[in-house]
Write a protein that binds this ligand. Structure first.
Ligand code: ZN
Length: 269
């Protein structure tokens, strides 16, 4: 009996690590969708989970709305201060991120679509051209007027030097972290690359995402319509569990390395 068989049965689906591992190992073109769950082991809080910032304090969400950011200088001042305190600056990638680097080295990774803004996939060693940051990145700031992008560190240096709402050095426009706020359109090129990766895969692996935010979640359906299988790795039930070929509930940092390495799950007897 393998360790995987000790997995807990849930109402939403059978925990099925052996089956998931078999599907991942048999696949030649794997597209991965990652959400907050893959970064919580690195100390980045989940916004929408049971312990999430927005779940516990819905008012905090106002700071992430584009309208209030543009209209209210105080919101921007607060946002820059919050950016300075963000855990991403010191976070280290974990075993989950490293497993996806392994998958790339095996030549089987088609792309990583990530809802995370923390840059941890690239920090782990995933090729930047394979990482599609559908909700943007905290590592850059962008001018909302002329769209000039600068490293976030430059802007935070100006905040530290006493500017509480640093404007664009080129056009004096309002700057914002290069993340997608509520009410803001996604980057078309990133979305197109994500859609293409979902269509091109034979296995779509959704990791650490509740699959409740569109359009990221709909990539699961697109992958299935294009002939791929879906494997979900998430602690909580998702709306796509019913159409998944396997659903795994165990901790990401433990199971992802087992699922992607060649002689893993089945050999653990
Ligand atoms: Zn500008």
């Amino acid at each position: 009996m393998t360790a995987a068989r000790r997995g807990v049965r849930t109402l939403a689906g059978v925990t099925d690590l052996d089956r998931a591992g078999g599907l991942v190992r048999a696949a030649t073109r794997v597209t991965v969708l990652t959400g907050a769950g893959i970064s919580t082991d690195s100390g980045i809080p989940d916004f929408r989970g049971p312990q999430g910032l927005w779940t516990k304090n819905p008012g905090a969400q106002a700071m992430f709305s584009l309208d209030s950011y543009v209209a209210d200088r105080e919101v921007r001042v607060r946002a820059w201060r919050n950016r300075r305190e963000h855990p991403a600056w010191t976070a280290e990638p974990n075993e989950g991120h490293r497993a996806l680097v392994d998958l790339e080295r095996q030549g089987r990774l088609t792309g990583i679509v990530t809802q995370n803004i923390d840059g941890l996939h690239q920090a782990a060693g995933s090729s930047p051209e394979l990482v599609h940051e559908i909700h943007g990145t905290i590592w850059e700031a962008v001018c909302l007027q002329c769209e000039r992008r600068v490293p976030m560190a430059e802007v935070l240096d100006r905040v530290d030097a006493g500017e509480d709402d640093p404007s664009c050095s080129t056009c004096d426009g309002i700057q914002k972290s290069a993340t997608i706020s509520f009410g803001q359109a996604l980057d078309r090129a990133v979305l197109d690359a994500s859609l293409a990766a979902a269509r091109r895969c034979d296995l779509f692996l959704a990791v650490g995402t509740s699959l409740q935010v569109q359009p990221a979640a709909s990539l699961c359906g697109i992958a299935i319509e294009s002939g791929g299988s879906l494997v979900v790795v998430n602690a909580e039930p998702t709306p796509y569990d019913q159409v998944a070929a396997a659903v795994v509930r165990e901790p990401i940092g433990e199971v992802l390395p087992l699922m992607v390495t060649s002689d893993a799950v089945g050999g653990r007897s």
